[in-house]
Write a protein that binds this ligand. Structure first.
Ligand SMILES: [Zn+2]
Ligand SMILES: [Zn+2]
Length: 379
């Protein structure tokens, strides 16, 4: 299907403008003219979850490939169904196009980390990794550039009410008689031993959650997206295409309802903690719990992420950087040689400890020198 695309051009030379995190403005890459993005004071709204689900039930979107004509070089190219911003594959001019999903982002966090800052962070990270292959660092230097993505996320607020059944454990002590062996002789002794007394309890706990964020894109693995949190959502600003210029951006591919199931999983540990506190006593057990979610609201937002893949020995590794906070998350290769050497070293020093321990037991050596010897083996 044919789609219109927009891009922003330089008033002085007509070249395409891109959003620059360094100057928080649109910037011309040829004549360096900048165009300030006027900030908006519009409040960031929350939307009702239930009515959105009802609406989505009646309006289902189809997957459409978006055919685009470049505004600069007139080349035709196609965007993947969920892509809303990309650069022309021929002349690299930014192309921003319409959303097809029923729910569109109303707010976003702009890129704060520049490409160079992100690249620098990544190099440091690779350098700090233990057991990474030594040649990896040199290899990464020559690798292709990081890609900047605005990836869709859902945020949820919810009031929860959880009924539970469980058990409260109270520790008490008893004296028991036991047979123990002391210096090769059996003796009867009395000892204090801990016991737990369990009694059934039930109750209700209430929680209130604010901005539980769930990644709504399948372009980056869920485990990586999850680890890029937290995002400072108090700094969300109203959606504005100009922040997308030059970056890739996507629509959600994980729906409002599915993502809420992930959000529930993220709420569970907090609820369980509260139940434990509510049960009291020394030990707690939860046998059953049932949660109802009310006043649930959501936002569809775009978060900025720098990402890249690198291939190392026939395997692909992904990594990503939170372009708001600079947090970096990634998969990484391990050097089998370095690990084997360390394991060998541990075995050797353990062997050393056992050997010296034997000699110490035989009275041939004093303890401080045992420790000293072990240390020198490890070093
Ligand atoms: Zn210009
Ligand atoms: Zn083009």
């Amino acid at each position: 299907m044919k789609f219109q695309s927009i891009n922003f051009t330089c008033d002085s030379c007509g070249a395409p403008l891109r959003y620059s995190p360094a100057t928080v403005s649109l910037q011309c890459e040829f004549c360096s003219t900048t165009k300030v993005i006027s900030s908006s004071n519009e409040p960031i709204e929350e939307y009702d979850f239930k009515s959105a689900l009802n609406f989505l039930d009646k309006n289902s979107s189809q997957e459409i490939n978006k055919d685009i004509t470049c505004n600069k070089c007139a080349a035709n190219f196609q965007l993947t169904p969920y892509s809303i911003s990309a650069n022309c594959p021929y002349c690299n001019t930014p192309a921003i196009t319409d959303f097809v999903k029923e729910i569109t982002p109303k707010s976003l966090l702009p890129f704060e980390l520049t490409h160079d800052e992100a690249q620098e962070k990544f190099k440091k990270w690779i350098g700090s990794l233990w057991f990474a292959p030594s040649r990896l660092k040199d290899f990464i230097e020559g690798e292709k550039k990081l890609q900047g993505y605005y990836l869709p996320h859902w945020t949820y607020d919810s009031e929860t009410q959880t009924r539970y059944k469980g058990q409260r454990g109270v520790i008490y002590y008893v004296m028991v008689e036991k047979t123990v062996t002391i210096e090769g002789r059996q003796r009867r002794v009395r000892q204090r031993e801990a016991r737990i007394h369990w009694s059934p309890v039930r109750g209700v706990v209430y929680n209130s959650f604010d901005d539980i964020t769930i990644g709504a894109s399948k372009s980056i693995s869920h485990s990586i997206l999850n680890h890029l949190t937290p995002w400072d959502t108090t700094r969300l600003i109203p959606f504005d295409e100009r922040y997308l210029a030059g970056f890739k951006a996507e629509e959600y591919t994980i729906g409002l309802d599915n993502a809420f199931e992930y959000a529930k999983m993220k709420m569970t540990p907090t609820i369980k903690q509260d139940i434990h506190r509510d049960i009291g006593g020394d030990k707690q057990r939860i046998d059953e719990m049932e949660t109802t979610y009310s006043h649930t609201t959501y936002k569809n937002v775009l978060f900025p992420i720098w990402t890249a893949q690198f291939r190392w020995k026939e395997k692909e590794y992904n990594y990503a950087i939170n372009a708001q906070t600079g947090k970096i998350v990634g998969e990484r290769p391990y050097s089998t040689l370095k690990i084997t050497l360390l394991v060998l070293l541990i075995f050797l020093s353990l062997g050393g400890i056992f050997y010296l321990q034997e000699r110490y037991n035989q009275g041939n050596i004093s303890y401080p020198s045992v420790i000293f010897n072990t240390l020198s083996i490890r070093l």
